[in-house]
Structure formats: structure tokens, C-alpha cells
Write a protein that binds this ligand. Sequence first.
Ligand code: GUN
Length: 292
Amino acid sequence: MTAKLIDGKAIAKRLRTDVAERVRMLVEGGGPQPGLAVVLVGDDPASQIYVATKIKQTHSVGMASYEYRLPAAIGESELLHLLDRLNHDDTVHGILVQLPLPPHIDVAAVLEKIDPCKDVDGFNPLNVGRLAVGGQGLVPCTPLGCMMLLKTVHADLAGMDAVMVGGSNIVGRPMARLLLAEEATVTVAHLRTRDVQGLCRSADIIVVAAGSPGLIRGSWVKPGATVIDVGINRLPSYEGKAALLVGDVAFNEVVQVAGAITPVPGGVGPMTIAFLLSNTFQASKISFQQKT
Ligand code: GUN
């Protein structure tokens, strides 16, 4: 048996088309052109690629994009000052500070500075708290993307056993909260978890965001389970072959056991950016409604 491939690329494209249509209707109805400010500090190569893709796709759905590339040595207070300015700029509806930041900058202070209404990453503690208690707020993009992919396989997640491998603030924790909100039974596994393999083997759903190439082996997966791979690992080029992008799942093994699986690339990655656009649209629409 081979697993059904969950085509994130196609699903993300449909979502982007939908966002573009909603942007068009908002502007035709007298609303603002949604604007997203992207802040990149330093010259991390992977971050540069992500930011360039985010900017290109922002334009493709009819939104404005404002780009701030700052040197790695920038002081924290200067960055906070820029965020203050963007918070008060009416043409900016969404603000994204690409992570990771250089070690001399306090990430928590930066995320707290972003106006929660413009926090399209959903990383400000107010939005984190709203998600935790089931309130209305902006929700992190990658977990939203994972949920949409999961829903193409399981319309109802209630009572399913889900394991989230990885407990980061960007993916693992918010993903666990979304799964719990859908009434799945959720376990978060992390570096100190004693038997990740055993937990995975009994799960109906495995979501992995561990940053560890090929961590989830075929023998770890219950036959028929759904596996969502958030990992994006760049393996270095060797013997003249181009650098390879691989996930946290040993795809060739797991595809023979799982019921459904996301590929890397073309699975979760495109969904993250599509939801960034969707969140930016949501932020601009709410801001417009509050003003009228
Ligand atoms: N770095 C890795 N993933 C993300 C993300 O979703 N948002 C931001 N801002 N930085 C990231």
C-alpha cells in the first residue's frame, strides 16, 4: 500500500486565489489595499529565501508589501522603534519579523512590541493566550496550514490520537492547541520525551516539526495513519548533486505504511505563506470594519 499524497502546493494555490478574490472585493467596497511589512534582520540565507517568497506572493494577491532589511548588528532599541512606527502606520495591516533574530536581540521584547491586531504571525503573547483559551485572535500560519491539510483527510478530528513531535512556539505548541480545539487527544513529544517512537506508533495523526532529517521512520508509523511533515532541512550538495530539501520524515519508508502523507517540498511549506496572506487580509478587514 502507498499513502495518499496531500498536495499542499495545489491547496495553497486555491487558498491564495480565494484571498486574492477577497482582497479585490474589499478594495472595490471602499476598503484599504491590505499591506504587509516584512522585517528581516541580518543575512541568514534561508530567511532571505523565505522573505523573498513571502514578498512575491503578497504582491500576487494584490496586497502591498513593505520590506525592511536591517543589518545583523542593529540595536534592539532601533528595531523596537521601527516596530513602533509600523504599529502606527495606517497603510500597514500586518507586521512580520522573520525569525530567528541575532542573539543580542530579545525575541520576547520584539514579539510583545508588535500590535496584536497587526501580528499576522500570531506570536504576540496576547494572541498566544487567545489561542490557548479558545478566543478570537490571529493564529500562527504553519499550524493553520497543517490543520487545513489534515482536514482534507479527516473532516472530524474528535477523539483521534494525535502526536505533535516538537514543542516550539512557532509550530508545536500552537498546533497542539488547534488539535485540542478540534477535540483530538494530543500528546506533545520533545527532546526529553522517553519513548517518541512508541507514542508515534499508536497515533492516528503524527505532525512533526523537529528539524531532524528523516527522524520519523516507517517502523514508527501505525498502518493507515496520517503524517504531516513540517520539516525543511537543506542537505548539503555532494558529488556534484544540488543541495536537497528533505523533511523530518523518512518519506520513502513512511509512504509505504501511512494512509496519507505530505511531501517535502510541496506539502506544508506553501500553506504557511498562503495563511500569512490570509491573516494579513483578516487583519486589514477587521481594521477597516473598526473604522467604519
Ligand atoms: N521563521 C521560521 N518560521 C517562521 C514563521 O512562521 N514566522 C516568522 N516570522 N519567522 C519564521
